[in-house]
Design a protein around this ligand. Structure first.
Ligand SMILES: Nc1nc2c(ncn2[C@@H]2O[C@H](COP(=O)(O)OP(=O)(O)OP(=O)(O)O)[C@@H](O)[C@H]2O)c(=O)[nH]1
Ligand SMILES: [K+]
Ligand SMILES: [Mg+2]
Length: 405
């Protein structure tokens, strides 16, 4: 349990314990101040501000985790003058307001707390440790340099009353716009939870659901010899070699008959393919769509020899399943292993805005407007790290944290 703020240092005494020296854990008996009854034996840690997680005086009580113990201590603390329960995320919010971390780092921390997959965790820790903020700071400096040059040109131009060639500067600004946009090439952070999106597609009875079940290691979808068994999208999340993969089984594709539900299923199958990173195509060669990430699978290879160029797979003999898993891991690696930082939607929008303003600045003939576009680009980056006012954003971000964070 954490207590943050100017009165935090008085809490041990109120609980009948001594305040330990800074940053040293001490075992202490915590007592109810009204009854003298023992609440718990706990470790107390004392972090005087500003060198604490929140930047304020901060006290930590490491209690025995039982719900009743926590509730009893909480009740006693709430009864002390000047104390109230924290809002969700309030500690991190205070840390940010006290300059202990910036907005991008706080977002990284929120992502870290909710990370479900290894690639999410790796990305979140990079952001939480300031990886994104540092990259943004470099861009900001670039833009401020350009802006300073332009301001100088504007001032100087006033003096000599003459036009000055800003083409070389604009070329550099244009190059920066390109390079900044490269930040958008990494997959969006939201995508790191699902991982690689793999869709099984092909005509009815091709063996899609059987293959899905074999890869998932469970009976995720119904298998039967009846064509048109699968009608809706069926998802199974799995992890292969540490890479999260979201498998989606789909309705068999065929000329739409008079079954309206099957027709909806087929439309959903097509949507799923549009969104997929990898499509496992189990249909005939001539119907294979030409797209990146298509893996042609010759299913039921125990029944017939697979044609050249297709990956022979059988869920009966097990042939090709290992090779298929390896292909999926390779695809996931290509997509997620880079050093690029995955940006969330908010960050992507701001980076795109900043790059667009730079683009405008590089092509704008009016020198005053060039300066204005550079300013806008800079303020988009400021919003990213929270230098600019972003109250709404703070509310929604810190609402994602749990109590005590
Ligand atoms: N021998 C053999 N039979 C298979 C194999 N894979 C699937 N089957 C059989 O083929 C039939 C159809 O399999 P499903 O997995 O339901 O095919 P589907 O593509 O999902 O079919 P729909 O959902 O109807 O589009 C079932 O009877 C399966 O048992 C395989 O590798 N070898
Ligand atoms: K079937
Ligand atoms: Mg099926």
């Amino acid at each position: 349990m954490r207590v943050s703020g100017p009165g935090a240092g008085d809490v041990p005494k109120a609980l009948g314990a001594r305040r330990p020296p800074p940053r040293e854990a001490r075992l202490a008996r915590l007592a109810d101040p009204t009854t003298g009854e023992t609440l718990d034996r706990a470790l107390i840690l004392w972090f005087p501000g500003p060198n604490s997680a929140t930047g304020e005086d901060l006290l930590e009580l490491h209690l025995h985790g039982g719900r009743a113990v926590v509730a009893a201590v909480q009740r006693v603390l709430a009864g002390l003058p000047g104390l109230r329960p924290a809002e969700p995320g309030e500690f991190t919010r205070r840390a940010m307001l006290n300059g202990r971390l910036d907005l991008a780092e706080a977002e990284g921390l929120a992502d870290l707390l909710s990370a479900e997959t290894e690639i999410q965790r790796r990305n979140a820790i990079r952001v939480a440790e300031g990886g994104l903020s540092r990259a943004v700071e470099i861009w900001r400096r670039h833009i401020l340099d350009h802006a300073a040059t332009i301001e100088a040109v504007i001032d100087y131009g006033d003096e000599v009353g003459d036009d000055i060639d800003i083409a070389p500067l604009q070329a550099r600004v244009g190059a920066d716009a390109e390079a900044l946009r490269a930040l958008l090439a990494s997959p969006p952070a939201e995508r790191l939870r699902d991982g690689l999106r793999v869709v099984l597609a092909g005509p009815p009875n091709a063996g899609k659901s059987s293959l899905m079940n074999a890869l998932a290691g469970r009976e995720a979808a119904i298998v039967s010899p009846i064509a048109g068994t699968t009608r809706d999208r069926v998802e199974a999340a799995l992890v292969i070699d540490g890479f999260p993969i979201l498998l989606t089984d789909t309705a068999g594709l065929r000329e739409e008959g008079d079954d309206p539900i099957e027709a909806i299923g087929i439309r959903r199958a097509q949507d799923a393919m549009d969104e997929a990173d990898v499509v496992l195509w189990l249909g005939p060669e001539e119907d294979a769509i030409d797209r990146p990430g298509l893996i042609r699978v010759a299913a039921k290879s125990d029944l017939a020899t697979a044609p050249d160029g297709r990956l022979a797979v059988s869920v009966v003999s097990g042939e090709g399943l290992g090779a298929l898993r390896a292909r999926l891991v390779a695809a996931a690696q290509a997509q997620f292993s880079g050093d690029l930082i995955a940006l969330n939607q908010r960050q992507r929008t701001l980076v795109a805005d900043a790059a667009e303003s730079l683009q405008f600045a590089s092509a704008e003939p009016d020198i005053l407007l060039v300066a204005e576009h550079l300013r806008q680009s800079c303020s988009a980056l400021d919003a990213l790290t929270g230098r600019a006012g972003v109250e709404d954003m703070l509310d929604s971000l810190f609402g994602r944290f749990c109590l005590g964070k």
